[in-house]
Design a protein around this ligand. Sequence first.
Ligand code: SF4
Length: 343
Amino acid sequence: MLEGRDLTKSFYVKQGRSPLARKARVHAVEAVTVRLEAGKVTALVGESGAGKTTVARMLAKIIKPDAGEVLLDGKPAPAGRPRSYAAQVQMIFQDPFASLNPVHRIRHHLMRPLQIHHMTGGNVDKAIAELLNRVALKPAENFTDKFPYELSGGQRQRVAIARALSVRPRVLLADEPVSMLDVSIRLGVLNLLADLRDREHLAILYVTHDIASARYLADTIVVMYAGQLVEAAPSVSLTDHPAHPYTQLLLAAAPDPDRAETPKLADRGAPPSLLAPPSGCRFHPRCPYAMDICKRQAPPSFAVSSGHIAACWLHAQPGEQGAIKNGAFSTPAGQLDIEKQKR
Ligand code: SF4
C-alpha cells in the first residue's frame, strides 16, 4: 500500500557557535526500503538516533527525502503533502502531551479535521462520538468537553489516534506511540492499534526502540542501525532466529522475567556518530564477529530464509563478494562456523 524505496536523508548541523561555523553533514538515513501492507503492522525497531522517526516522517511527507521515493499503491506519491495524501496517510506522534493543544477541548481537536476534510456527515456531534467510541473512550460525552490536561496519558494518546482516524486514513504511522506512557497503560494502546489493523484493515507502521513490544504487535519487523536497515523479516522469524548480530544484541537486552540478569546494550559500546559513521558495516565497532571485510566494505542484504534478509557478511553465500571459504570466515577470534550463525 505505502512504500518508501531507498529513502535517504541527511541533515546539516553547525559546528560551533560562530556565525561563520562550518556545517557538518549528519547521515541520518541511507537507502532504507520499507513496505506497509493493508491489515498488517510493520515495526521499525532500533536505538535512539537510528533514523526511525526520519523514515516515518519521509513516509508521511513531512520531510522530503534527498534520494529515493515514496510510493502509494505502487505509484509515486504526489509532490508536497497535498490534503488528499494527508487524508490517506496519518501520523501519530510520540508525545500525547505536546500533540494536543492544551487550550482546546477534545471536541475542538476532533471537529477541526472532520470539518477541514468534510467528514462530518452533517452531524458533528455524532461523528465525534463515533470517533471516541472507535478508540474505546466511552461514553463519548464524558470526554468531549474535557481539556487534554484532564485526561490520563493513555486517554490523550487515544484522542490523538481518534484525531488521526477522523479523516479515514488507510495508513497510520505511529512514532513511538507508547514510549511516554506508563507501563500499565501501554498494553491498552498497543491492543487498540492491533484492533485497528484487524477490524479496519489499516496499514500501520509502529516505530519503537522496544523489540519486545514489536514482537507482541507487529507482523513484520524491520531493524535499523545507524541510519541503515540491517534486518527485516516476519516478526516470529526475526525474533526466534535473529540473523544480524545487532538484532541478537537487541533481543538479548530485552527484559525477560525468566533471566536472572539482562545484558545492557551499553555494555557493547554506544551507537556511532552519524557525522562520521564507521567505514564498511556501521556495526563493526560493536560486533563480536567483526572481520576484516566488515571494516572495509558495507554488506548488502543477503537472503537468510524466505522473506528474511540481513545485511551482514556472515550470511554471504559462496561466490558472493567476501564469501565464506570452506564454510567459515576468518575472524579475529578464529574460525567462525557460518552454519551455526545461520541456525
Ligand atoms: Fe558484524 Fe561484520 Fe555482520 Fe557487520 S557485517 S554485523 S561487523 S559480522
